[in-house]
Design a protein around this ligand. Structure first.
Ligand code: UDP
Ligand code: MG
Length: 321
């Protein structure tokens, strides 16, 4: 018998929780030879999520919960769950059934019978997703894979089952600015990818606005590539070379035709453009600087307010840096 922990981040999921639990019960029945623990992480929900989790914990010992003092984000919830998971195999899964629990038996079979350390999932289609969101996501994956050495798989979900040694490696990366899709790839290990068709949410609403996704994608870019930092140097060199040729042209032109005062509109345009590029490059440096600043503060990744364990030591969980 193996022990399987499932980490489930929940943020205002009162509608999805009962449906999810029902679906998971069927899977746990199917895999009745294994021992399960469901670690629900309440990410500072303001609805009935926590009280539902408490009820579930009372009626079913397999359901545990951790509750954050405020909304720390899905990445922090995943980290907290992994940290508290005791299983030989650990899965991370969304509560809205967009990560089909029905895949779990197959994922487990692959890890036990084949030579893999982790089974990850990706969506083969983005059907049902707003067009703008799909376009922005596609562009993000193209861009980040061009500039980062860590491959970020297009359409990858955070739904995966890992062996304990991989979980330990992921926990070893206790950075404050977390981007799991990159972290899972960065730690290495042999991963098998399963594909599935996109499914809609079972209940409730998505918690990710386009703005939140944009900030998240910046997290990915700054976390797994330093290429944007060299943009200033590249643009600088190009502009220097350009100005050198322009100086030559102007000298030759002045010698031949004299120096009539004209061309101030073009001068203003050039000043605007160059200062725009300079500010853009400074902004990029600022992005990295702000991440470094937050990282050096060593703030905890999450703070617990309550948990099914209620251990004192668990209360102020800090990142082990
Ligand atoms: N989630 C979370 N904290 C947040 C936002 C989301 O724990 O700040 C959880 C949410 O409850 C769900 C999962 O992360 O279990 C995925 O969120 P969602 O379904 O809203 O994202 P989408 O599938 O639309 O990308
Ligand atoms: Mg979802």
């Amino acid at each position: 018998m193996s022990r399987i922990s499932i980490v489930i981040p929940c943020f205002n999921e009162e509608d999805a929780l009962p449906v999810y639990y029902h679906a998971m019960c069927r899977v746990m029945e199917e895999m009745s030879e294994e021992e399960f623990e469901l670690i629900f992480v309440d990410d500072g929900s303001s609805d009935r999520t926590l009280s539902i989790l408490k009820e579930m914990n009372e009626t079913d010992q397999r359901c545990r919960y951790l509750s954050f003092s405020r909304n720390f984000g899905k990445e922090a919830a995943i980290y907290a769950g992994l940290k508290n998971a005791g299983g030989d195999y650990v899965a991370t899964m969304d509560v809205d059934l967009q990560d089909p629990p029905g895949l779990l038996p197959e994922m487990f079979r692959i890890l036990t019978e084949e030579d893999y350390d982790s089974v990850a999932t990706r969506r083969s289609t983005r059907a049902g997703e707003p067009k703008l969101r799909s376009f922005l996501s596609e562009s993000f994956y193209k861009f980040i894979n061009r500039i980062s050495k860590t491959e970020i798989v297009n359409g990858a979900r955070d739904y995966r089952l890992m062996k304990r040694k991989m979980v330990e490696a992921v926990l070893g990366m206790s950075e404050y600015n977390r981007f799991s899709k990159g972290i899972f790839e960065w730690v290495g290990f042999r991963t098998k990818w399963l594909e599935f068709q996109n499914v809609g949410r079972c209940a409730g609403q998505t918690k990710w606005s386009v703005k939140k996704l944009f900030t998240y994608s910046l997290e990915g870019i700054t976390g797994f590539s330093v290429a944007p930092l060299s943009l200033a140097s590249v643009v600088g060199v190009v502009f220097c070379m350009l100005s050198f040729f322009m100086i030559l042209i102007i000298i030759v032109r002045t010698l031949i035709w004299g120096d009539p005062v004209s061309g101030w509109p073009s001068l203003v345009c050039i000043i605007f453009m160059v200062s725009g590029i300079q500010l853009f490059c400074t902004g990029i440096v600022g992005e990295y600087l702000s991440k470094t600043y937050l990282e050096t503060k060593h703030r905890p990744i999450f703070i617990l307010k309550d948990s099914s364990e209620e251990k004192e030591g668990d209360r102020h969980e800090a990142a082990s840096v």
